[in-house]
Design a protein around this ligand. Structure first.
Ligand SMILES: *[C@@H]1O[C@H](CO)[C@@H](O)[C@H](O)[C@H]1NC(C)=O
Ligand SMILES: *[C@@H]1O[C@H](CO)[C@@H](O)[C@H](O)[C@H]1NC(C)=O
Ligand SMILES: *[C@@H]1O[C@H](CO)[C@@H](O)[C@H](O)[C@H]1NC(C)=O
Ligand SMILES: *[C@@H]1O[C@H](CO)[C@@H](O)[C@H](O)[C@H]1NC(C)=O
Ligand SMILES: *[C@@H]1O[C@H](CO)[C@@H](O)[C@H](O)[C@H]1NC(C)=O
Ligand SMILES: *[C@@H]1O[C@H](CO)[C@@H](O)[C@H](O)[C@H]1NC(C)=O
Length: 250
């Protein structure tokens, strides 16, 4: 697999965390939009901002992206999740409820008054699992990979601290086979207790790619754009280029 040799060979592998995430379901999602993916180029969501590729014949097997840990400010009880995934859009696809995703949660800790972070991977509906790499600093450059290159029930998730040239990788399996219908690069807000969306400095995914079993490589340019909507107020702004997705809090 191209992404394997490219990424894994150049980074030291460290151990894989096995603790369940302590935080709320990073995937909890409730869309305000109800449209199907087909021909939809832009959509409002209550908690997702970013880009999503959808293809009819469902062949994505791997998604990659790199981003820099943003600065977060605002309510200390809020959190922001930055992740890449496959099949996250059960609401828009026809695959049903499943997702393979990996990312970083940056959360405010009211007890000590600052934002901490941890990295996780998740093949829903199994529990999310924490990577051992955690407690990122603003400015750390993070690479994310999820994929099921062998078959649709057997995959991997990887996070790299590119600044430190350190990575953690997990082998995964699930009885919920991936369909490969959607590929996502997302900033997700938890929005619990009607908290306002935390202010985050712009998150730019770079090296954005989705790979299909039939040998195609897609960038985000034909992706559906998702923005977070609160009442009548759009809280984010998203732009894409050939290989990047930029998500801003407005
Ligand atoms: C999102 O919501 C805003 C505010 O209501 C609206 O102007 C915009 O058209 C909506 N976007 C989409 C794609 O529905
Ligand atoms: C994360 O790092 C900060 C700054 O070094 C430290 O104050 C905090 O206790 C660390 N948190 C965890 C969970 O290790
Ligand atoms: C990532 O690498 C940078 C540079 O070496 C380091 O300062 C930072 O602590 C690392 N972050 C984690 C979570 O390991
Ligand atoms: C997927 O691949 C793994 C590893 O080779 C194997 O153990 C598993 O049985 C395969 N599953 C299917 C459905 O082929
Ligand atoms: C993941 O599986 C591959 C292939 O079986 C193996 O070479 C590798 O050591 C495994 N990695 C981990 C972290 O378990
Ligand atoms: C949405 O607006 C309401 C009313 O202004 C506010 O209380 C709430 O915190 C806002 N939510 C977000 C996610 O900004």
């Amino acid at each position: 697999m191209r992404f394997n040799s490219l990424l894994i060979s150049s980074f030291l592998l460290v151990s894989v965390g096995l603790t369940d995430c302590r935080r709320t379901d990073p995937r909890s999602r409730s869309y305000s939009g109800v449209e199907r993916l087909t021909n939809v180029r832009s959509r409002n969501s209550s908690n997702w901002a970013g880009a999503e590729l959808g293809i009819d014949n469902g062949a994505f097997f791997s998604v990659i992206g790199t981003f820099t840990i943003p600065e977060i400010s605002g309510p200390i009880s809020s959190d922001v999740n930055v992740w890449v995934g496959i099949d996250g859009d059960g609401a828009g696809g026809t695959c049903g409820d499943r997702v393979l995703q990996a990312g970083v949660t940056i959360y405010g800790d009211p007890a000590n008054g600052h934002f901490d972070s941890y990295a996780w991977f998740w093949w829903f509906p199994a529990n999310a699992v924490q990577f051992e790499i955690s407690n990122f600093s603003v400015g750390d450059v993070i690479g994310l990979v999820v994929g099921a290159p062998v078959n649709s029930t057997y995959g991997l998730a990887m996070i790299e601290n590119r600044t430190k040239k350190q990575a953690a990788i997990a082998n995964l399996s699930s009885t919920y086979a991936l369909c490969g219908q959607t590929a996502e690069w997302i900033v997700e807000a938890s929005l619990e207790d009607d908290e306002p969306l935390a202010n985050f400095s712009p998150v730019t995914f770079t090296d954005v790619r989705a790979y299909t079993h039939d040998g195609h490589t897609y960038g985000p340019q034909d992706a559906t754009i998702l923005n977070i909507l609160n009442g009548s107020e759009v809280l984010t702004s998203v732009s894409v280029s050939e290989d990047s997705v930029k998500i801003e809090h407005v």
